[in-house]
Design a protein around this ligand. Structure first.
Ligand code: FAD
Length: 464
């Protein structure tokens, strides 16, 4: 990590990538520690400029070739917490890992969490992230009380549902393109224990999966399905579905521990080198998936699992993105509306089968209601599939996009590296309205990213 350098005449030009390590680029990286340094960096930075958190967006959302990145990870102070309202005020560089460490022992948990705790709250708001509880609790924007946004001249605007509400809704899901979130207020949720009551089921095909989601989502706060994309045509969409609710302190005391909110720290394992490209090929992936399904075929009922295992299983393997080899990997995450969900999912899985390309990991979730201008979720089913970058992947993603578009769905900016501008503007009907708000907040259009230029989200930005 580069040292803090705001206030210096320049910033180092560094190689940068997202979590998928595809694509890669370089940018001038500023790493301020104070608001005054951030303001100075913004003034001195090469334009276009963009905020960056922990770089967990998969593709090019946090890349800015030819411009500057404002790394917010040193602006990570917790400022206030009110246990009555469960309201946390903090700087945008605070991570989910830090929130967990501080607040789980006190009986609080983020209202919505991604599948890794190594994400900043600023990055979470910018992508308006969703979790396994979207069907109940929507995305993180629903739980944001307000935030302070630094504009292009270093000025700060307070944004909430009442104050600058257009900018509030354009920034949540706006992928850093309206300014820099510097401080925010978020409502946490109360928990009695750091464990969840957990149930899993092996489901033979997509019809059964959707049936079970419809039923179990009423009973469970958290749900997700691991999908075996390599299964044969008759087993299309076969899955292991997982459901959970936070357990009460009483249940914990009876069964496991008298310190229900305390978890032992675990050290993540590290992958020491990039796995060779041939290690993850369609054959090994098919074998791994069949084994995983077999091992989980009996399902589990009424068991207890700690929150780290349930929410962040991948974090146990430090830099698992190296498993996909040197060329990197990409995730295709889309959502198809509820009514068309079954047909859309089947078509996507069939398209994948025809391509001969294998997905190393695929998960399915159900989304509920959603507010927001560029927020990704809509009520429907979201499928996320990981792929090693390889020949033919771009064409496959284009075919996926055509299916998703046909069914009225969309792709997720935080994961994307391949979509085209023509497709995306049809997927996000509020784009024009968003552009008008962006233009009034950033008239010189200095906030721009490699993703926003590739997808012409904000045409003309970053072209000087
Ligand atoms: C293993 C894994 C699992 C994931 N699971 C989920 C999931 O379940 N649900 C989900 O929704 N996402 C998920 N994600 C994606 C991740 O939550 C988002 O990409 C998130 O935006 C990453 O935050 P970050 O701090 O790493 O930001 P970065 O990746 O650095 O930046 C992401 C975007 O946020 C903007 N940004 C960052 N900080 C600020 C700021 N302070 N002000 C303004 N803009 C800012 C950047 O400009 C960029 O556009 C997952 C990612 C990984 C690697």
């Amino acid at each position: 990590m580069p040292p803090s350098n705001a206030g210096l005449p320049g910033a180092p030009r560094l190689p940068v990538a997202g979590w998928g390590r595809y694509p890669r680029g370089t940018a001038e990286v500023w790493r301020p520690e104070k608001l005054s340094e951030l303001r100075a960096a913004l003034a001195a930075a090469a334009k276009p400029v963009l905020a960056r958190g922990l770089g967990r967006a998969y593709g090019d959302a946090a890349l800015n070739d030819g411009g500057s990145l404002l790394d917010l990870t040193r602006l990570n102070r917790m400022l206030a917490f009110d246990p009555q309202s469960a309201s946390l005020r903090c700087e945008a560089g605070v991570t989910f890992a830090e929130v967990l460490e501080t607040f789980v022992p006190r009986g609080f948990f983020p209202p919505v969490t991604p599948g890794t705790k190594f994400v900043t709250l600023g990055g979470a708001l910018a992508a308006d992230i969703h979790g396994k509880n979207h069907h109940r609790d929507s995305s993180i924007s629903k739980h944001v009380v307000g935030f302070d946004l630094m504009g292009p001249e270093g000025e700060i605007k307070r944004c909430s549902r009442e104050e600058n509400s257009d900018l509030f809704w354009a920034t949540l899901g706006g992928m850093g393109l309206t300014g820099v979130i510097v401080e925010l207020e978020l409502k946490l949720k109360h928990i009695e224990s750091a464990y969840l009551e957990y149930e899993s089921l092996a489901l033979p095909d997509i019809d059964r999966v959707l049936e079970i989601f419809a039923d179990y989502d009423r009973r469970y706060e958290y749900s997700v399905a691991w999908v075996d994309c390599a299964a044969g045509t008759k087993k299309l969409g076969r899955s292991i579905a997982m459901f959970a609710n936070f357990a009460s302190a009483d249940r914990l005391r009876r069964q496991i521990t008298d310190r229900p909110l305390i978890l032992e720290a675990r050290r993540p394992l590290k992958i020491p080198f990039d796995l060779p490209q041939f290690a993850l090929n369609p054959r090994t992936i098919r074998a791994f998936n069949a084994l995983y399904y077999f091992l989980h075929r009996r399902g589990t009922r009424d068991s207890l699992v700690d929150l780290e295992r349930f929410f962040y299983p991948l974090d146990r393997l430090g830099n698992w993105n190296r498993l996909y080899g040197r060329r990197g990997f990409a995730q295709y995450q889309c959502v198809v509306p509820l009514a068309e969900g079954r047909a859309g999912l089947i078509e996507l899985l069939e398209e994948l089968k025809r391509s001969g390309i294998a997905s190393g990991l695929a998960v399915l979730k159900q989304f509920g209601p959603q507010q927001g201008m560029l927020s990704f979720p809509i009520p429907g089913y979201t499928l996320a599939m990981d792929f090693a970058v390889q020949d033919g992947l771009g064409e496959l993603m284009e075919r996926f996009d055509r299916v998703v578009l046909k069914y009225g769905g969309r792709v997720y900016f935080a994961k994307d590296a391949f979509a085209r501008a023509e497709t995306v503007c049809q997927m996000y009907p509020n784009l024009e309205q968003w552009r008008a708000i962006k233009l009034s907040a950033d008239p010189r259009r200095i906030f721009s990213s490699r993703l926003s230029r590739r997808l012409a989200i904000d045409p003309g930005a970053g072209e000087r």
